[in-house]
Design a protein. Structure first.
Length: 156
């Protein structure tokens, strides 16, 4: 009685091994990494090498410093919370996750009432506000930063 079942199992097992494996599933190519430009008002005289500029932007954005060297009051503009560009800035420039950012601003608000920089919804709005204020800065896609009349401090 067990002989037909054993033969059937053997046939199924051998048949499964004799078939060719299906073609491997191709993974879609990863999208190209988006390059952003950190822009400031064209009248801002600040000039520095990229690493020094990144360190200064980090301090200005996190309200650890209030003024540009030789350029007066700094005014930061960010992107909408959770947007790709905001997450890229937080991770690549600030070295912080969204959760770390939220905790940081909650702590700072409780300590001295300082709130995060104004969040804007588009590169066009960033350009508009950065042009308006001498000490302003923000970031946008590098391709959008060209021909805006803004000064590009560095790309990331």
């Amino acid at each position: 009685m067990n002989q037909p079942i054993t033969a059937l199992c053997l046939t199924l097992l051998l048949g499964a091994h004799s078939r060719q494996d299906p073609a491997p599933v191709k993974t879609p190519p990863r999208p190209a990494k988006i390059v952003y430009a950190l822009v400031c008002n064209v009248h801002n005289p600040y000039v520095a090498k990229t690493e020094h500029a990144k360190a200064l932007i980090r301090k200005l954005y996190l309200a650890q410093l209030r003024d540009w060297p030789e350029a007066g009051k700094a005014r930061a503009f960010g992107h909408s919370h959770g947007s790709h560009s905001q997450r890229a800035f937080e991770s690549r420039i600030l070295g912080m996750s969204p959760a770390e950012m939220a905790r940081y601003w909650l702590k700072i608000k409780n300590l001295n009432g300082t709130t995060p920089p104004m969040a804007l919804s588009s590169d066009r709005k960033i350009a508009k506000f950065v042009k308006k204020y001498k000490g302003a800065f923000g970031w946008m896609k590098a391709s959008n930063a060209k021909n805006t009349g803004l000064k590009i401090l560095f790309q990331f």
